[in-house]
Design a protein around this ligand. Structure first.
Ligand code: ADP
Ligand code: MG
Length: 271
């Protein structure tokens, strides 16, 4: 725990101002498969600002997950560089600055709700008595307090996704990377989850990079939206979203919302 606190202080003592939370500099990623070489990402550059909610939208295969994997250091780029709070992704990962949420919550079915959230702490070898409060806080944040002893199969799809978010936030990373986290949910649950995610983001002041297929979701959640195109994966546009906050579902019918949605659609239908 002492170690975590020290790392936390280090992160907070970074100079305030224009330092980007994430810098993506001229990233390319090639995969070699039996079918030949695939250029998953071709010279992609953009910054994510501290505490920004940034979405990435684009059709299947345009390199969204690859890009997130590079930020999370699940893979290495073929060219270019990434900095997270000024650090290489490897250091950011060791400093536990990055939390990840996937489309399916990737829960361990034989572990209870509480034990699933405890997993990152076990990996970090932090004794149970030192992380109990953080686990309880994370479960409270996603409104799963009271469900500590349930198993994943006893939860609804929305609750499982909330559990995935609790696990990603439990060690208080500055950055949350989300890969189509609500893609498998029904429309009503999805609406609820987007509102809950905005509440969490406003309470915890995280930098969020959110991948989605949904224009509505991108406009509803984001400060900016990066539009990508496939083969090779490139950035087509970065759109500022001026929809005021706090956001409500009713705003989806407002002209400011539909104008940004139309702009996104035009960039996506450009081909
Ligand atoms: P998205 O998330 O936007 O749907 P991905 O990042 O998953 O796209 O994939 C981008 C491209 O890279 C696709 O053509 C995909 O088939 C290819 N790709 C992704 N991962 C691998 C891999 N490990 N090996 C080979 N090709 C891959
Ligand atoms: Mg993907």
């Amino acid at each position: 725990m002492a170690k975590m606190l020290a790392l936390d202080c280090e992160a907070h003592s970074a100079p305030a101002g224009p330092t980007a939370a994430i810098e993506i500099n001229n990233i390319s990623k090639r995969f070699v498969s039996a079918l030949g070489e695939i250029v998953a990402l071709d010279r992609v550059s953009f910054d994510v600002y501290p505490q920004e909610f940034l979405s990435i939208i684009g059709p299947s295969g345009c390199g969204k997950s690859t890009l997130l994997g590079l930020i999370a250091e699940l893979e290495a780029p073929s060219a270019g560089s990434i900095r997270i709070g000024g650090m290489p992704p490897s250091r950011a990962r060791l400093a536990r600055q990055v939390g990840l949420v996937f489309q399916d919550a990737v829960l361990l079915p034989w572990r209870t709700v509480e034990e699933n959230v405890a997993l990152p702490f076990e990996v970090m070898k932090i004794p149970e008595d030192q992380c109990r409060d953080q686990i309880a806080q994370a479960l409270k944040l996603v409104k799963l307090d009271g469900f500590e002893n349930r198993f994943p199969h006893e939860l609804s799809g929305g609750m499982r996704q909330r559990l995935g978010i609790a696990r990603a936030l439990s060690f208080d990373p500055q950055i949350l990377l989300m890969d189509e986290p609500f893609g498998a949910l029904d429309a009503i649950t999805r609406d609820k989850m987007t509102i809950e995610l905005l509440n969490i983001w406003e309470q915890r002041k995280k930098t969020v990079v959110f991948i989605t297929h949904s224009i509505t979701e991108a406009v509803f959640l984001s400060d900016r939206v990066v539009v990508m195109t496939p083969r090779p994966g490139r950035i087509r546009a970065v759109i500022d979203n001026h929809l005021p906050r706090p956001r409500t579902l009713a705003m989806r019918d407002e002209p400011a919302f539909t104008a940004t949605a139309r702009q996104l659609r035009e960039f996506l239908e450009y081909d």
